[in-house]
Design a protein around this ligand. Structure first.
Ligand SMILES: Cc1cc2nc3c(=O)[nH]c(=O)nc-3n(C[C@H](O)[C@H](O)[C@H](O)COP(=O)(O)OP(=O)(O)OC[C@H]3O[C@@H](n4cnc5c(N)ncnc54)[C@H](O)[C@@H]3O)c2cc1C
Ligand code: SF4
Length: 813
């Protein structure tokens, strides 16, 4: 006898179930199909082309009314099922009951709405079905501004569609880069660049606080205080499995409706399929696994053996011109290696993640032609050891091609483009080599290859090596690290000239060979970016050495040293009492006076750091940055206040300088001193910058050192007033910040550029001096702050101060 099958939800998953059932045994079931939407099944994933105007709704319908009618399916479209009674085996629709022998729940997902104030105002919509799409099309017809909350797949497709329809669109994304679940930072950067190029504004790390408006949405307020005008707000921040009916029917429900491998719920006659289910802890948001589930469910309903298994998934974005692909797991790991290829000129990035000679993840942007091939390698767990060297070049380079990259370059045809920026092909370079251009400089001069962004430098060098053989001497300049061919100097220059303002931009545009740099280049690049773009670039704590991340020096036993700032070496009884109280309260075993005229509390436990900082803050004491590549101390002598030899107020000037410079980040640590007369009690002539006060004013000395190397300062200039001294020292600090290689102290950097050059910049050229001092001040408007206060207050960061052991010992002064 024909059994009664009731299906709740006429979406993409149940559509497939019905097709498989009817194909296998058209007479097995008498089907009743409920759908809350007033229509049957359409290709939901093609709503984005409908929104952008590339398709019509009619073109995406998969099952028309006639199709259902021809197959004898009873359709109850536009009717919600409100209840399931598993005992009576009946579902209750808005318009009446229907009994079943077998029931399929295929209710999909509901969009998640962030419950911020104003989320329910007219003009705020989600993106799930045709009605939402039509509402967006209608809103876009009036023009105006749209704010899309959510920079994932759906949000970006909505944004692109609305932009296509003429709206001014801003995408807000909570995380640091777009589509962070599918893309790494590098691919996210390229995607953002492409979206911005088409006029969409993208704001990352943007948290929505409220949607403003009386009668309807008018604006979106961010946590940062910024307000964005909005005629339409689209929330695309995620989905939740639609489980209410199952929960009410007392089926097992976790995040989704729990099913076994036959798609059966905890009740034997009730099955579930699609986005509403949870299988083995997995939820689903793409159609590929739902189609597998649909086949399994159809077999289960026909008593055929089959079992659902979770497979790897690949993602693509349906925004014309944004060509991206991601598959597998691309998280970094100790047992994992990356193979990275970048072509900055063409906006291409490819990253393969290898673990134990297997490809486990792939992320690609700009050229995704080989995506399916890589996806196949991931799914099949193919051993890639043999083709590892040439894997990134795709299937065309496999199967007999040599695994040697030099051979791969040798095999390139003469017309293969080597330098994308200047359009130089292999043939031009080899001809130049044959005509006598036998090093990189000569190739750059004669062909311009690698003279712009420089990312093809490696290829050009390989061509030189292939063509000249033993006659080629590799260049001497050392790259920053193995992630790049560029030297520090190149990177600094290119960050400025190409206006690169994020790490992702540096990795991509300068052709880094790793996905996110390494422990050597990341701190340097982080420093270069914050020094050059103080307002635009946000400091990345993960790219800092451990002491700078912890805001304290880690000692060899895993405890920390805490050094409060003492401006110009001056303190007060109150400050000393606060230090003594803190030492008692936190059982500090050692209290030591440092060479930089302050007090070091040694042996503080990690978990006590926020507490001790908070106590010291209450007494007005702030971080002494004794751990930073930045201003440490300004040592002073007593000067005219107390010394009969004093010529100027050296203590006062030292305090002013320290208050002016504190918090600034520099390529390496920066120590200053001010002595009140040439007797030089503050030892100013072995500091990075030292001031010797004389009767007629202030001598400013630079480039001293008294560490592993000992070096006396050289005289930079002499000025008459304190104001001039402060301006010259600000300009000196800034020119060092803007030009030196990371981890070069001033004396090392001066040995490279020469003191005479610095003099021309800040002694002879008064306008330039003022401009440098102004840029220093601009940077200080961001960085002149106490990190202890920020961290002591922030409860969420307290956990990071757990004890650590055996880490680097960095001298505190
Ligand atoms: C704009 C957009 C773009 C997408 N792009 C892609 C893509 O490129 N690639 C990809 O793989 N996936 C994409 N997806 C996801 C894909 O569409 C879903 O994974 C798929 O549609 C889920 O199928 P489903 O049958 O589980 O749910 P749905 O297709 O959502 O169907 C569920 C149906 O159940 C109905 N329903 C719910 N509750 C009840 C009730 N109580 N009574 C009656 N009916 C009810 C709903 O009205 C709905 O029609 C996209 C989704 C959207 C919205
Ligand atoms: S440097 Fe000169 S002014 Fe300063 S304490 Fe020594 S002698 Fe006195």
């Amino acid at each position: 006898m024909t059994q009664k099958l009731v299906i709740i939800g006429a979406g993409m998953a149940s559509g497939r179930v019905i097709e498989h059932l009817l194909d296998a045994d058209p007479g097995a079931y008498d089907i009743t199909l409920f759908n809350a939407e007033p229509r049957g099944n359409y290709n939901r994933i093609m709503l984005s082309p409908v929104l952008s105007g590339e398709k019509t709704y009619e073109e995406i319908v998969t099952h028309s009314d006639a199709w259902y009618a021809e197959r004898g399916i009873t359709c109850r479209f536009g009717e919600h099922v409100v209840k399931i009674d598993p005992e009576m085996k009946v579902v209750e629709g808005e318009n009446g009951h229907v009994p079943y022998d077998k029931l399929v729940i295929a209710t999909g997902s509901a969009p998640f709405i962030i419950p911020v104030p104003g989320h329910d105002l007219p003009g705020v919509i989600s993106y799930r079905d045709l009605d939402d799409t039509n509402a967006m099309i209608e809103a876009a017809a009036k023009g105006g501004k749209a704010v899309v909350i959510g920079g994932g797949l759906l949000g970006l497709e909505a944004a692109a569609g609305l932009k296509e329809r003429g709206m001014e669109v801003t995408v807000l994304h909570l995380m640091g880069h777009l589509m962070e679940r599918q893309l790494d930072e590098a691919a996210g950067y390229l995607l953002r660049k492409d979206l911005e190029a088409r006029g969409i504004t993208v704001k990352t790390q943007a948290s929505t606080k409220a949607i403003l408006g009386e009668d309807r949405a008018r604006a979106v307020l961010l946590d940062s205080g910024e307000t964005l005008g909005a005629d339409l707000v689209v929330m695309a921040v995620g989905i939740r499995p639609e489980t209410r009916l199952a929960t009410d029917a007392h089926l097992d429900v976790a995040r989704g409706i729990e099913v076994n491998a036959q798609m059966q719920t905890s009740h034997p006659d009730i099955y579930a399929v699609g986005e509403c289910v949870e299988f083995d802890g997995h939820l689903f948001g793409l159609v590929a696994p739902l189609y597998d589930q649909a086949k399994v469910l159809a077999d289960s309903l026909l008593d055929q053996p089959n079992a659902f298994v979770v497979k790897e998934l690949a993602t693509k974005l349906k925004v014309t011109g944004c060509d991206l692909f991601s598959a597998g797991d691309f998280a970094e790991g100790e047992t994992r290696d990356d193979i990275v290829f970048r072509d900055p000129a063409r906006g291409i990035y490819k990253r393969l993640v290898i673990e134990e000679d297997r490809l486990v993840g792939a992320v690609m942007y700009g050229d995704t032609a080989d995506g399916s091939w890589f996806f196949g390698l991931i799914k099949d767990g193919t051993d890639i050891e043999e083709m590892r060297e040439t894997l990134i070049f795709g299937p065309a380079f496999q199967g007999g091609a040599s695994a040697d990259p030099l051979s791969a370059v040798a095999a390139l045809p003469p017309e293969a483009e080597i330098c994308g920026c200047n359009g130089v092909c292999k043939g031009q370079i080899t001809s130049a080599i044959e005509r006598g251009a036998t090093d990189l400089g000569a190739i750059r001069a004669t062909t311009k290859a690698s003279a712009s962004c420089g990312t093809c430098t490696g290829l050009v060098e390989q061509l030189l090596a292939v063509t000249l053989g033993d006659g080629y001497a590799a260049p001497q300049a050392q790259p920053i690290c193995g992630c790049t061919h560029h030297t520090h100097e190149d990177v600094r220059r290119l960050i400025k000239s190409q206006e690169l303002k994020s790490q992702a931009a540096v990795w991509q545009e300068l052709g880094w060979t790793t996905a996110n740099g390494c422990h050597i280049c990341r701190p340097a690049v982080n420093y270069y970016l914050l020094a050059d773009w103080p307002l635009e670039y946000q400091d990345d704590p993960q790219s800092r050495f451990v002491n700078e991340r912890k805001h304290a020096n880690i000692q060899k036993d895993g405890t920390f040293s805490v050094v409060p700032r003492m401006w110009g070496g001056i303190t007060t009884p109150d400050e000393l009492r606060a230090i003594a109280d803190a030492a008692d309260k936190y059982d500090v075993p050692t209290v030591k006076v440092t060479g930089g005229q302050r007090i070091d509390l040694l042996g503080v436990r990690g978990e006590d750091l926020p507490g001790i900082w908070s106590d010291l803050n209450r007494a007005g004491l702030v971080s002494g940055h004794a751990y930073s590549k930045g201003l440490r101390t300004v040592k002073t002598c007593v000067g005219t206040d107390h010394c009969r030899f004093g010529t100027q107020d050296s203590t006062g000037l030292g305090i002013k300088l320290e208050k002016h410079l504190w918090g600034s980040w520099t390529p390496h640590k920066l120590k200053l001193a001010v002595s009140g007369c040439p007797r030089n009690c503050a030892e100013a002539t072995c500091k990075d910058i030292g001031v010797i006060c004389v009767d007629s004013g202030y001598e400013i000395h630079v480039g001293g050192a008294a560490g592993m190397e000992i070096k006396g300062t050289e005289l930079l200039c002499k000025v008459a007033t304190e104001e001039e001294a402060i301006e010259v020292i600000s300009a000196m600090t800034q020119i060092y910040r803007e030009n030196a290689k990371y981890l070069d102290r001033i004396y090392k950097w001066l040995a490279k550029v020469g003191l005479d050059w610095v003099k021309t910049q800040i002694v002879d050229d008064l306008e330039n001096r003022k401009a440098l001092a102004a840029r220093f001040e601009l940077s200080q408007s961001v960085y002149r702050k106490d990190p202890w206060a920020e961290h002591a207050q922030d409860r969420t960061t307290r956990a990071q101060y757990a004890p650590l052991a055996n880490l680097t010992l960095e001298a505190a002064e």
